[in-house]
Design a protein around this ligand. Structure first.
Ligand code: IMP
Length: 423
C-alpha cells in the first residue's frame, strides 16, 4: 500500500493535528517523521482540548498504531509529560505507541545551547521555541548524536557525559547569561529516559516496510510547515528538519515511489510565529481581528502569532515542492464578517511582477499584489454540509482551486472534529 502524507503548507499551525484526528479511522498506522516537541498539535473532541507535541495525532483512536519515526527528535522529559497526560485520560498508549530506535534524543544541554545561541544572536534571533531542536539536529548531522537505540547499550551514559561536557564548553563559548542547574535537569532527564526505554522501541523502517507489504494503511503526519523547511523555507528563519514531502522518505524510510496522496493543509489566511519575512503580514485592525477570532497563540509557547492575508505565491510554491494532491482549508470560520478579503496573487519584485517565490522575500524586496474578494457575514461554525456554505466562500474556494490546480476536499469551520465539511 502507498503511504499518504499530511503536511502543513504555510509556517506551521495550520491545524494538521485536527485533520489527522479526523482521518485516523481510515488508517492503521499514523507516523510522525520529523520535528519534535517544537510542534503543538491541537485536537478537540467531546468538549475537551488536547495538545500533542511529539506523539502522533492518532493516539486517541484505539485501533491505530502511532509511530514516532527516525526523523523525529525526542525530548524524554517532554515525552514523559505527554504520556502522563494520556494516562490521566485512560489512553492505553503502551500497546499503540512505537518509537524508532533511530530517532535522536534531545539532551538537557541541547535546550541550553538553543537558549545560548538565540541570546547571542540578539535582534537576529530565529524566534526558536527553545526546545533544543536546532542543536539536536546539528549533532545528528555532525554524527555526534545519541539515538533511542543507544539507550539500550551499556555504555550510553559515558557517551552522554562526553556530549554534555562538550555542550557545556560550547555554552561557555557563547559568553551569554544562561542560568541553569544541570544536576537537577539531569535527574529529571534520567528518570524520563527510564520511561522512554519502557516503551516499544522498534526498527521502524523494517516495520513500515512490512506494514506496506501486509496492505496496512499508513498516514505520515508532518509537523511545522513547508515554509519552515530547512531547505525550501525562509532560511535562516526555519526549523532544522525537512518539513516537506521528502522528509517523510528520510524520516520513515518510505521509498519515494511508495507515496500516495499528499494532503496539503492551509489556513484560509496566513500566520507565522517567530521571526522572519512574511510578505502579507497585517499590522492593522484586520490582522488584530484574525488573531483575536482565530485565537492565534502558539500551542507550544503561547506566543502571539503574526497574522496576514492568504499568500497564493507561497502556497503554490508549497504545493509544487510537496506534490500536493488534495488541499484542506482550515479556519474558514475566522474570515466571517470581513467585508473584503484579499489574496496575494503576485509580488512586485525589483520593479517586476512575479508569481513565483524568489530567493529573498524580505519586505524591502517584495511587495504583495492583491486580488479582492467579497466577504461573507454568515457564521460557519454550525455548518456541516457543503451545500450550506455561502456563495462568497464558494467563490473564494473556486478561485483557489483554479489557481492551485488542486481540489479543496475539506473545509474546516471550527476546532472540533465535528466542525468539518467534506467536499
Ligand atoms: P525551532 O524549530 O523551535 O528551532 O524554531 C524555529 C522556527 O520555527 C521559529 O520561528 C519557530 O517559531 C518556528 N516553529 C517551530 N515549530 C513550529 C510549529 O510547530 N509551529 C509554528 N512554528 C514553529
Amino acid at each position: 500500500m502507498a503511504v499518504d502524507l499530511l503536511l502543513g503548507l504555510q509556517w506551521g499551525d495550520e491545524g494538521k493535528g485536527k485533520i489527522v484526528d479526523v482521518l485516523t479511522s481510515k488508517y492503521n498506522i499514523i507516523a510522525r517523521f520529523q520535528g519534535g516537541p517544537n510542534a503543538g498539535h491541537t485536537l478537540v473532541f467531546n468538549g475537551m482540548k488536547h495538545v500533542l507535541h511529539t506523539i502522533p495525532s492518532g493516539i486517541f483512536h484505539e485501533d491505530a498504531i502511532n509511530l514516532v519515526g527516525n526523523g523525529v527528535v525526542i525530548d524524554p522529559v517532554i515525552f514523559k509529560k505527554e504520556l502522563d497526560k494520556l494516562a490521566e485520560q485512560h489512553v492505553d498508549y503502551k500497546k499503540s505507541l512505537y518509537i524508532s530506535r533511530k530517532a535522536h534524543i534531545i539532551l538537557p544541554t541541547h535546550r541550553l545551547l538553543d537558549a545560548a545561541s538565540e541570546t547571542a544572536k540578539g535582534k537576529a534571533k530565529i524566534g526558536s521555541t527553545l526546545k533544543g531542536i536546532g542543536p539536536t539536529y546539528m549533532d545528528k548531522t555532525g554524527r555526534n548524536g545519541i539515538r533511542v537505540g543507544d539507550l539500550e547499550l551499556a555504555d550510553w551514559k559515558e557517551k552522554y557525559r562526553a556530549l554534555a561536557n562538550k555542550h557545556e564548553a560550547m555554552i561557555n563559548f557563547y559568553n551569554v547569561e544562561i542560568q541553569y542547574d544541570l544536576k537537577e535537569l539531569e535527574n529529571e532527564f534520567f528518570e524520563a529516559v527510564k520511561v522512554l526505554k519502557s516503551l516499544k522501541l522498534i526498527d521502524s523502517e523494517e516495520y513500515i516496510f512490512q506494514a506496506q507489504k501486509d496492505g496496512k494503511t499508513i498516514l505520515a503526519e508532518g509537523a511545522q510547515g513547508s515554509l519552515l523547511d530547512i531547505d525550501f523555507g525562509t532560511y535562516p528563519f526555519v526549523t532544522s528538519s525537512n518539513t516537506t514531502a521528502a522528509g517523510a522518505c528520510t524520516g520513515l524510510g518510505v521509498a519515494p515511489n511508495k507515496i500516495g496522496d499528499v494532503f496539503g493543509i492551509f489556513k484560509a489566511y496566513t500566520t507565522r510565529v517567530g521571526s522572519g519575512p512574511f510578505p502579507t503580514e497585517l499590522f492593522d485592525k484586520d490582522g488584530e481581528t484574525m488573531a483575536k477570532v482565530g485565537h492565534e497563540f502558539g500551542a507550544t509557547t503561547g506566543r502571539p502569532r503574526r497574522c496576514g492575508w492568504l499568500d497564493l505565491v507561497a502556497l503554490k510554491y508549497a504545493c509544487q515542492v510537496n506534490g500536493v494532491t488534495q488541499l484542506m482549508m482550515m479556519k474558514a470560520d475566522v474570515l466571517s464578517g470581513f467585508k473584503t478579503l484579499k489574496v496575494c496573487t503576485a509580488y512586485k519584485y525589483k520593479g517586476e511582477t512575479i508569481t513565483h517565490l524568489p530567493y529573498n522575500i524580505e519586505p524591502e524586496n517584495v511587495e504583495p499584489i492583491y486580488t479582492d474578494f467579497k466577504g461573507w457575514a454568515a457564521d460557519l461554525t454550525e455548518m456541516s454540509e457543503a451545500s450550506q456554505m455561502p456563495d462568497e466562500l464558494n467563490a473564494y474556494i473556486a478561485f483557489l482551486e483554479k489557481e492551485l490546480e488542486t481540489p479543496i476536499t475539506i473545509v474546516s469551520v471550527g476546532p472540533d472534529r465535528k466542525q468539518t465539511i467534506f467536499r
